[in-house]
Design a protein around this ligand. Structure first.
Ligand code: SR1
Ligand code: MG
Length: 389
C-alpha cells in the first residue's frame, strides 16, 4: 500500500491490520503530538484495559510543516536505537511492540500514566533522588555496550554503518552547533536579548570553541547516542509504588561523542534551574548534574572490567572519562544557547512571566561552559559558574 500519513480516524484500522488490536470498534484515539518532529496517537479501549501509542514520522519537521522537508527514515533510526537499548537497559525505555518501516510508525507502550519530566519541572516539581541517576546509568549502559569497549570490532563497524543518519545529524550540526552564532532565518529571540545575540555572533573565541565541538560531533564515533536527551525526552512517575524513569524519542540516534548526550541533559537541567530561580522555587535542581555524572561514571567504571579489548588499560579509562566530561560541559553550553537564540526554544523559559533575566543568566552560563570547559574539571567547578552572580 505504501507510506500513508495516519490521521486519528485511520488508527483503529491500522492497529487492527498490524495485529495489535483485535476489535477496532472498541477503540478511542486521540492525537497528543507535542515534540517538534512527529505525530503521536494514543489508543485505548473503552474499559481502559488495552492501551497503545503510535508514533509516526512525517516527511517534514512537524512544527515547520512541508516547507521544511525531512525524510521519515528518522523513524528507522529510532527503531534501531530502541533495539540496542533494549539489550542493555530495557527497564529505561518504553516497551516497543512493533515497527512498521513502510509507514515509519512505531507501536509502543502507552506511557500516559507517566509525566514528561520537563512538564513536571515547569509545574514546580523536584527531580527526586532517582531521575538523574537513572539517566546517568542509561547513558553509560547504552554507550558502553555500543563502544569499542563493549562490542566486537566487526559488529561495531556494522552498527556504525547502519546508524549513519545524515539528515538528523545535519539538523544538530546546524541548529545546535552553528546557526546561533551566525545570522540565520531560523534564529529568533526575545528583543531584550538583542545585545547578547549580537555579542555572541561577534565573539570569535566562542565561535572557534563551538567549531571544535561541532567538528567533534561530526567525527568522534565513540558510541551509539540517544542524540536528543533533553528533559522532554524523559518520562517519570511511579508504578506499583516504585519510581519509573523512561527515556524515549531516540530518533536523533547515531554513533557520536558520548558527551553530547550528557551535555544535553545537563543543559536542560540548568535551564530548568534558572526557571526555578526566577520563580523563587529552587528545590533539588542544583544536584542534578553531579547526580547524573556520578551515576554515569560509576556505571561506566563498573562495566570497564567486562571490556572486550584489554589493550585499553585503566589509565586510559581515566583519560577517556575526562574527555567525555569536558566535551559534555561544552555541549551543555551549546544546548543552552541554541534554546534561547536559535530555532527551538524551551517552555521552561518562554512561559516565565518575564523570561529575560533567566534567559540572560542562562546565555552567559552557556558561553562560560563552552569557552572554559577545559578548566571546569568537576561538578563543583560547574556549580561555581552557575552560582556566580
Ligand atoms: C528542527 S528540529 C529542532 C529540534 O527539535 C528536536 O527535538 C531536536 O532537539 C532538534 O534540534
Ligand atoms: Mg524529540
Amino acid at each position: 500500500m505504501g507510506y500513508r500519513i495516519l490521521e486519528p480516524a485511520d488508527v483503529p484500522a491500522y492497529l487492527n491490520e498490524r495485529g495489535h488490536w483485535p476489535d477496532p470498534s472498541d477503540i478511542q484515539v486521540r492525537e497528543v503530538s507535542d515534540g517538534n518532529m512527529n505525530r503521536v496517537f494514543l489508543a485505548r479501549s473503552t474499559d481502559g484495559t488495552r492501551r497503545l501509542a503510535v508514533k509516526q514520522a512525517l516527511p517534514w519537521v512537524r512544527v515547520a510543516g512541508p516547507s521544511w522537508p525531512m525524510s521519515p527514515e528518522r523513524a528507522d533510526a529510532e527503531a534501531r536505537a530502541y533495539e540496542q537499548v533494549a539489550k542493555v537497559a530495557p527497564d529505561k525505555i518504553p516497551a516497543i511492540l512493533g515497527y512498521d518501516p513502510e509507514n515509519y510508525a512505531l507501536v509502543m507502550e502507552d506511557m500516559s500514566d507517566l509525566e514528561v519530566l520537563r512538564t513536571l519541572l515547569n509545574e514546580g516539581a523536584s527531580y527526586g533522588p532517582h531521575t538523574s541517576a537513572r539517566i546517568g546509568e542509561f547513558v553509560a549502559q547504552l554507550v558502553f555496550a555500543t563502544s569499542d569497549f563493549g562490542m566486537e570490532s566487526a559488529d561495531r563497524k556494522a552498527l556504525l554503518a547502519a546508524s549513519v543518519s545524515p539528515e538528523l545529524c545535519k539538523i544538530t550540526e546546524d541548529v545546535v552547533l552553528a546557526e546561533p552564532y551566525i545570522e540565520h532565518e531560523h534564529n529568533h529571540w526575545h528583543e531584550a536579548l538583542d545585545d547578547l545575540a549580537t555579542e555572541f555572533r561577534a565573539d570569535t573565541r566562542l565561535r572557534t570553541e563551538v567549531a571544535d565541538l561541532r567538528h567533534t560531533f561530526m567525527t568522534s564515533a565513540q558510541a551509539l547516542l540517544h542524540g536528543d536527551l533533553h528533559t522532554g525526552s524523559v518520562m517519570v512517575g511511579e508504578r506499583e509504588g516504585a519510581p519509573v524513569v523512561r527515556v524515549f524519542d531516540p530518533e536523533f540516534s547515531f554513533v557520536g561523542p558520548i558527551g553530547y548526550d550528557l551535555g544535553l541533559y545537563w543543559a536542560n537541567a540548568l535551564v530548568s534551574e534558572e526557571r526555578a530561580r526566577a520563580l523563587g522555587s529552587l528545590s533539588d535542581h542544583s544536584d542534578q548534574l553531579a547526580l547524573s555524572w556520578e551515576a554515569f561514571e560509576s556505571e561506566f567504571r563498573a562495566l570497564w572490567p567486562t571490556r572486550i579489548d584489554t589493550f585499553f588499560d585503566d589509565a586510559y579509562l581515566d583519560r577517556f572519562l575526562r574527555r567525555i566530561w569536558t566535551e559534555a560541559v561544552g555541549y551543555a553550553g551549546t544546548e543552552i544557547i541554541r534554546r534561547i537564540i536559535g530555532f527551538a526554544h524551551l517552555t521552561d523559559l518562554t512561559t516565565l512571566p518575564d523570561p529575560v533575566p533567566a534567559s540572560r543568566r542562562a546565555l552567559l552560563l552557556g558561553r562560560e561552559l563552552i569557552v572554559r570547559r577545559a578548566e571546569l574539571t568537576n561538578p563543583h567547578d560547574v556549580r561555581a559558574v552557575v552560582e556566580a552572580p
